[in-house]
Ligand binder design. Sequence first.
Ligand SMILES: CC(=O)N[C@H]1[C@@H](OP(=O)(O)OP(=O)(O)OC[C@H]2O[C@@H](n3ccc(=O)[nH]c3=O)[C@H](O)[C@@H]2O)O[C@H](CO)[C@@H](O)[C@@H]1O
Ligand SMILES: C=C(OP(=O)(O)O)C(=O)O
Length: 416
Amino acid sequence: MNKVIIEGGNKLSGKVDISGFKNAALPIIVGTILADDKCKIDNLPMIGDVYNLVKIMEMLGSKVHLDESGYMDIDTSTISDSILIDEITRKMRASYYLLGACLSRFGEVKVLYPGGCNIGVRPIDQHIKGFEALGAKVEVEHGVISCKADKLIGNKIYLDVVSVGATINIMMAATMAEGTTIIENAAKEPHIVDMANFINAMGGDIRGAGTDIIKINGVNKLHGCNYSVIPDQIEAGTYMIAAAATKGDVIINNVIPKHLEPVSAKLIEMGVEVAEYGDSIRVNGNSNMKSVNVKTLPYPGFPTDLQQPMTALLSGVKGTSIVTETVFEGRYKYVDELKRMGVDITVDGRTAIIKGVDTLMGAKVKATDLRGGAALIIAGLMANGVTEIEEAYHIERGYENFISKLLNLGAKVKEG
Ligand SMILES: CC(=O)N[C@H]1[C@@H](OP(=O)(O)OP(=O)(O)OC[C@H]2O[C@@H](n3ccc(=O)[nH]c3=O)[C@H](O)[C@@H]2O)O[C@H](CO)[C@@H](O)[C@@H]1O
Ligand SMILES: C=C(OP(=O)(O)O)C(=O)O
């Protein structure tokens, strides 16, 4: 998808089904390497990152059948080599999970430094610290990360920063290590719990996922399993914000409302009606929304991945809102694009001061990254006139059928 063209001004209404969570699906697909056996994974999102990861798994020697319904049969017993120096791994962040998974199963791995959204420096020092604490030798040279270990031995690892990727990578590396590993100051995101549940379904012994102390008792071997990925809280949050932004009325199905509490709480604070029904959430927007302050934080705080869509919404809400991005230092690149649409936002370091304008104007803009692209879509839905979003391929990395889901909700949107 090169371009998205939106004619703004329509209220979204109706129902939308949320897909499986990108940030859980990706480590789970890579995590099948831990089991020298077949796995059946369900509720996978059909997004760019999953398609590219399937290619990577095949390049390593896995046998993969991916059905467009979101179901995958994967056999990693056929992997013969855990060295993959190929640019494809730079098309996403999650390729770094090959480090933990292959180190655990093969004792050796070499891959290129990962890619992903350009939202800050994104170092991997905490991943490396974890692997080294388990006994691996790690080298990063000319953009290639190499890890090697004759034997991995459990250890206590304190993370200096709360990192989703490092927590998952260390969990994978420690799963078949000798003895017990304890991760302190671990990330608590829902996908950490999903990943631990998946590893346990393969015969692993991980306890405490969802708290900041995770204990991994090493086991000798993992087996294949059937597993279903949790719903995507970020996709769901994006539709919640889009519903509010268009003053629409949308029922968002296949969600875990608990995972969305930070978003629901903020929307309610703004005066939006949010109601929970089992595994659905209904968001009903209105013309009297109030400005609010938002600070992104690790879970259960407001998710950084929704900072950009939320900023787009606030740009059209009367009053002054202050958004503080505490997780990634470079996550405001899309604001320059939003400014082409007439918003009044001043960025100073990690803070964005948003003075709500009455009307956004359609314009030609460029998606800077995945959620920056989603923010531009939301702004385009709110704006008067036509918005053309170039470099829209970023959006496909993480949203399944964004255009057709929006069309079903009554948006005037098409691919260009
Ligand atoms: C594929 C995937 O799941 N991506 C998500 C994952 O990214 P990712 O796993 O890359 O994000 P982290 O949680 O690791 O990053 C959090 C913060 O820690 C820093 N850090 C991280 C690792 C490290 O070794 N050293 C270090 O300093 C990062 O630069 C960032 O400032 O979690 C982020 C935070 O919820 C989300 O925005 C991304 O959507
Ligand atoms: C930052 C994100 O993705 P990634 O870590 O895959 O770049 C995101 O999903 O918002």
